[in-house]
Write a protein of this length. Structure first.
Length: 144
């Protein structure tokens, strides 16, 4: 809705290396590309919220390259997030000197200093599946 109504200009997509997350991110990019032609909306990049998927970082790098964007930040999975949540705090409030807090600070800096805004080039379903196969997320189809 915000993209369609012209309220969003700088979009960051949070995804993991899981198939459905990448599928959803690719669909969001289709919307950005559609509305970019008649407005100012642009993609600032992808933020990887890691799920510890095999080859996740390499997969996200290939995914962002294919989309004509960048990986803004890789956010590793860390149980301190759940520990902070249960205490109704952010990680920075809960444990300001931990490595995860520094990741969030770096993410904020990367967004604040970002100057690369693109009209994404979404993938076809076949191309997305090929990238997933290339990075070991899906088994190759040997029936062909």
């Amino acid at each position: 809705m915000p993209i369609r109504e012209g309220k969003a200009k700088e979009i960051y997509i949070v995804a993991s290396g899981e198939m459905m997350a990448l599928y959803a991110a690719n669909n969001i990019c289709k919307g950005i590309a559609k509305y970019a032609e008649r407005g100012e909306v642009r993609l600032g990049g992808i933020i990887c919220n890691s799920r510890n998927v095999d080859n996740e970082l390499d997969l996200l790098r290939a995914f962002t390259k294919e989309l004509n964007t960048q990986l803004i930040q890789y956010v590793p999975r860390n149980n301190i997030v759940q520990q902070a949540e249960i205490r109704k705090k952010t990680v920075i409030d809960f444990e300001p000197n931990c490595s995860q807090a520094n990741v969030y600070r770096e993410l904020a800096k990367n967004i604040d200093e970002n100057e690369l805004f693109t009209i994404p080039t979404p993938m076809t379903q076949d191309r997305l599946e090929q990238i997933l196969i290339d990075y070991g997320m899906m088994e190759k189809d040997y029936s062909i």
